[in-house]
Each structure stands twice: as structure tokens, then as C-alpha cells.
Design a protein around this ligand. Structure first.
Ligand code: CA2
Length: 161
């Protein structure tokens, strides 16, 4: 359970989703599954609540907007979870924004990018992430919420980024 005092409410986990993830469940279900992004949001909110945490859930098709959300997270989030989608393989700007964060960052991919085309094997985001969950489909988002709760727990040995 995250540490809370009577005066201070724990900041939310920022869950950021990159380009085309708004199409989840509607296109190419054989690759990315049948669960929609709205359903993933509801599942993450419920999972965070079980840990006494809350979420801010966003999706953007624009790199600069994702950078803006990461900058906002510097002062408004207890942790960040990010599925950078295609930008993970290309964006040093997103990596720079992640490296400016002092909170834990978990990178999530629905698929195992290492089992796919070679151009998906590198992730710049991984170089700044505290941890990575991939290949577990929508369930991976829930495991990432669990990991953040564990990292933030007062007794955790993994509290630093
Ligand atoms: O496995 C993942 O979560 C990815 O981040 C998904 C990205 C892909 O570029 C990464 O290599 C791995 C693609 C997200 C696009 O999602 C779609 C969903 C439905 C239909 C088309 C695209």
C-alpha cells in the first residue's frame, strides 16, 4: 500500500500511450488482442485502486504532446508507465524527457518486441526505464501497476529510480 498521510494524497501514476494505441481492439486483433484502450484504462484504474493508488491515463499520436505529458509528470505523478508504441524505437526526445524524471518509469509493450521485426528490437525508452514489461498483452499493464506499487511501498528495497 502506498504511503499516505492525512494531509497529503498520493500523486497519481501517469499512464502514457503512444501513437495508434487508440486503435486497440478495433484493428489487427490478431497482433494486439481484442481489449480496447478504454478497457485497459478501466482495468488499470481498478488495479491501482487495489493498491491505494490512482491513475491519469492518456494517449497521444503526437511526439511533442507525449513530451509535454512527461514534463507534467515531473511534478504531478508518483510514477510513470509508458507504452511509447512506435516512438519507442525512434524518439530520443522522449528518452530525454524520461531521463529528466525523478520518479520510477515502467515501459510497457503488449507484444514482445524482440520476437518481432528487427527494427522493433531497439527501444530508446528502455535506456531510461526503471523496468520493462512486454509480451503479456493487456495484462502487462496490470503487472506494471503492481511493480510500481511495490517500488513505491515504504518497505521496498527498490525505491530509487
Ligand atoms: O507491443 C506494443 O505494445 C508496441 O508498443 C505496439 C506498437 C509497436 O509499434 C511497437 O513496436 C510495440 C504499435 C501500436 C499500434 O497499435 C495498433 C493497434 C491496433 C491496430 C494497429 C495498431
Amino acid at each position: 500500500m502506498a504511503k499516505k498521510t492525512k494531509q497529503s494524497k498520493t500523486l497519481p501514476i501517469y499512464i502514457l500511450n503512444g501513437p495508434n494505441l487508440n486503435l486497440l481492439g478495433h484493428r489487427e486483433p490478431e497482433v494486439y488482442g481484442y481489449t480496447t484502450l478504454a478497457e485497459i484504462e478501466a482495468m488499470c484504474a481498478a488495479q491501482a485502486k487495489r493498491h491505494g493508488l490512482s491513475i491519469v491515463f492518456r494517449q497521444s499520436n503526437r511526439e511533442g504532446e507525449i513530451v509535454d505529458h512527461l514534463q507534467e509528470a515531473r511534478t504531478s505523478a508518483c510514477a510513470v508507465m509508458i507504452n511509447p508504441a512506435g516512438y519507442g524505437h525512434t524518439s530520443i526526445a522522449i528518452l530525454d524527457s524520461i531521463q529528466a524524471l525523478k520518479v520510477p518509469v515502467i515501459e510497457v509493450h503488449l507484444s514482445n518486441i524482440h520476437r518481432r521485426e528487427s527494427y522493433r528490437h531497439n527501444s530508446y525508452v528502455s535506456k531510461g526505464a526503471t523496468g520493462i514489461v512486454m509480451g503479456l498483452g493487456a495484462q502487462g499493464y496490470l503487472r506494471a501497476v503492481d511493480a510500481i506499487a511495490e517500488i513505491l511501498a515504504p518497505s521496498s528495497k527498490n525505491r530509487s529510480k
